[in-house]
Design a protein around this ligand. Structure first.
Ligand code: SAM
Length: 280
């Protein structure tokens, strides 16, 4: 089907601009505009929102977001080769696309955008979890964003939505589920991308809650989960030794057996432990 935005099909764009995918930049492009529009729709109504897109590449998802009515899109791209293509999209959608050439890890979107903000991206795998962790870790809550709609390798998506006791359960699950609700909304086979990656991918939709599910101090919860899952096979009394000298007493006070292991602890139990650890 021909694109409805008057811009050339993505395969033609790639060929014309010589955009051969670079592995070091995590480049696996989505060239089907029906698919990118479908991903954009997973983010909900975009008409009253500004959107941050990390890594627009040749702009397939960017075009999806704009066609689906995003108020404004900030696209942060590291690869200078993509800038002329993105410039053409900017011209097709006057006043609605801002392009920043740079590293998303070093750009503060709030210098460019206004709330409410949604983040929608087909993330480069090499910085995906680092960005997600940063978005989930601000000390104050609710954060600047209302939702994240992000493409990950399936294995990372499973870690985000994992339940206690499962193999995928870890710090990412606790961080994602404490102050937000996360679910997998789409699965994509390798063939959906050019070039196809080795693994399946999934889109995760994360909605920021107004308040955390259980009370805890963010700083302490993050410290406790880092130590506990840093040595996930060890008993908590050993893995958390460095967190507090009297950690066994604090574990017991939180209703947790010191011989238990991090992977079996519920979110509620981690929050109870963080409260005990924060106690003077
Ligand atoms: N959004 C496009 C799509 O869906 O076809 C491209 C997605 S591709 C998986 C990831 C994109 O992120 C690439 O365009 C890559 O150049 C860009 N990228 C990689 N590291 C980046 C970083 N640190 N900051 C901004 N963009 C980055």
């Amino acid at each position: 089907m021909a694109p409805t935005d008057g811009l050339p099909p993505l395969r033609a764009v790639i060929a014309e601009h010589g955009l051969s995918a670079r592995k070091a930049l995590g480049q696996n492009f989505l060239l089907d505009l029906n698919l990118t529009a479908k991903i954009a729709r997973q983010a909900g109504d975009l008409s009253a929102c500004d959107v941050l897109e990390v890594g627009p590449g040749p702009g397939g998802l960017t075009r999806g977001l704009l066609a689906e009515g995003a108020r404004r899109v900030l696209a942060v791209e590291k690869d200078a080769r993509c800038l002329p293509v993105l410039e053409e999209i900017r011209t097709a959608y006057p006043g609605r696309l801002e392009i920043v050439h740079g590293d998303a890890l070093a750009v503060d979107p709030m210098d460019h955008l206004a709330p409410p903000l949604r983040i929608v991206s087909n993330l480069p795998y090499n910085v995906g979890t680092e960005l997600l962790t940063r978005w989930l870790e601000p000390p104050a809550w609710p954060p600047a964003w209302t939702s994240l709609t992000l493409m990950f390798q399936r294995e990372v998506a499973e870690r985000i939505v994992a339940a206690p006791g499962s193999k995928a359960y870890g710090r990412l699950a606790v961080l994602s589920q404490w102050r937000a609700d996360a679910r997998i909304v789409m699965d994509l086979p390798p063939e959906a991308f050019t070039p196809p990656p080795k693994v399946r991918s999934s889109v995760v939709h994360v909605v920021a809650r107004e308040a955390p599910k259980f009370p805890a101090e963010a700083k302490t919860l993050f410290r406790v989960t880092k130590a506990a899952f840093g040595q996930r096979r060890k008993m908590l009394r050993a893995s958390l030794k460095g967190v507090a000298p009297d950690i066994e007493d604090r574990l017991v006070a939180a209703g947790i057996a010191p011989t238990d292991r991090a992977e079996r602890l519920s979110l509620e139990a981690f929050c109870a432990l963080a409260r005990e650890v924060a106690r003077p």
